[in-house]
Design a protein around this ligand. Structure first.
Ligand code: ATP
Length: 316
């Protein structure tokens, strides 16, 4: 896959290869993340997302290739400019929440007063104000994760790397966390996020990369990936029969329950656009009762890339 270089990217990975012993996990991976972008780093379990992040942060030594943050390899001394929420969570669990947050805020260069005040505001925001003085290990897993996200964003780092930030959250708290992540972007941060939740990707991400077999299977804006992998489809409710025609392929036809009326899902031929298809059906004399078009969801693209196909019948 050819990568067109961006001017001054926040992150640039080129020809990255990672092997553990004789087993290569990443083969030849290249991608860039532009400044201010929210970038979805996607792939099936074990596809190498966390490995790539660890190599980017110098935790793993790349077998080959270059991984740059702000134009050079990452150095831990520059840690204040980066907020990393690792997949494996871990904070000092025996101390009160507010003390842990204040400590990390100071480590990241905030004054004690500023760290404490920011932390209290954050705890209020994530509905944990009453837990400020509670020992961290007395909080639920999701509550501890909220505290860790707070620690990650507290110093307003320019680059955030979030490895499954909403894993294990209920829908209400997941939405709250997505709002907080969206705010980071609005404040100018570059965000790289690993997630398996495609609705989060559609909601938050400007561009995505789908990792498969150690390579970039798809890379681009969501619309570009949808154009590349999605079938252009139209849903038609009509009376009578649908003639065979090269302009479309019926993916699924079923009766609507109204006598003589059917519901069809059609894949459009390359030569025809959706408005053209409607005109075409009418010119063929098909009584069209309703006509809608849709793009393939990222979830369906993910399923098709990683092998489990979903029947259209089930998707509709
Ligand atoms: N230190 C290591 N030594 C040996 N193999 C490793 C090591 N770290 C990761 N791997 C292997 O590399 C592969 C990719 O793992 P990685 O954790 O990067 O996947 P992932 O895409 O983050 O998966 P998930 O979505 O399940 O978190 C896996 O097969 C894993 O077993």
């Amino acid at each position: 896959m050819t990568i067109t270089p961006t001017l001054d990217p926040a992150v640039a990975v080129s020809g990255f290869r990672m092997a553990f012993g004789t087993r290569a996990v990443i083969e030849d991976l290249s991608f860039e993340v532009g400044r201010g972008e929210t970038f979805g780093f996607l792939g099936s379990n074990g596809s190498g997302k966390t490995t790539t992040i660890r190599a980017l942060l110098g935790i793993y030594q790349a077998t080959a290739g270059t991984l740059h943050i702000n134009g050079k390899p990452f150095r831990p001394e520059e840690g204040r400019t980066l907020g990393y929420l690792p997949e494996e969570r871990g904070l000092y669990k025996k101390d009160p929440v507010i003390d842990v947050m204040t400590y990390f805020g100071e480590l990241k260069g905030l004054s004690r007063k500023a760290a404490r005040s920011w932390s209290l505001d954050f705890l209020e925001r994530v509905n944990l104000a009453d837990k400020a003085k509670t020992r961290l290990d007395k909080l639920s897993g999701g509550q501890q994760q909220k505290v860790q996200l707070g620690v990650t964003i507290m110093s307003r780092p320019g680059l955030l790397i979030l490895d499954e930030p909403t894993k294990g959250f209920d829908p209400v708290n997941r939405r709250l966390l997505m709002d907080i992540i969206a705010e980071q972007k609005r404040d100018g941060a570059t965000v790289i996020m690993v997630t398996h939740q495609m609705d989060e990707v559609e909601h938050l991400c400007d561009r995505i990369l789908l990792l498969k077999d150690g390579k970039a299977e798809a890379y681009g804006t969501i619309a570009e990936v949808q154009d590349q992998y999605g079938t252009r489809t139209a849903t038609v409710v009509y009376t009578g029969t649908l003639p065979d025609d090269p302009a479309y392929t019926p993916l699924m036809i079923r009766p609507t329950g109204v006598p003589g009326e059917s519901y069809a899902h059609l894949a459009l031929a390359d030569s025809i656009d959706s408005a053209g298809l409607l005109r075409h059906l009418v010119s063929l004399g098909v009584p069209v009762n309703s006509f809608t078009t849709s793009k393939t969801s990222l979830e369906d693209i993910f399923l098709s890339v990683y092998g489990t196909s979903q029947t259209l019948e089930g998707a509709l």
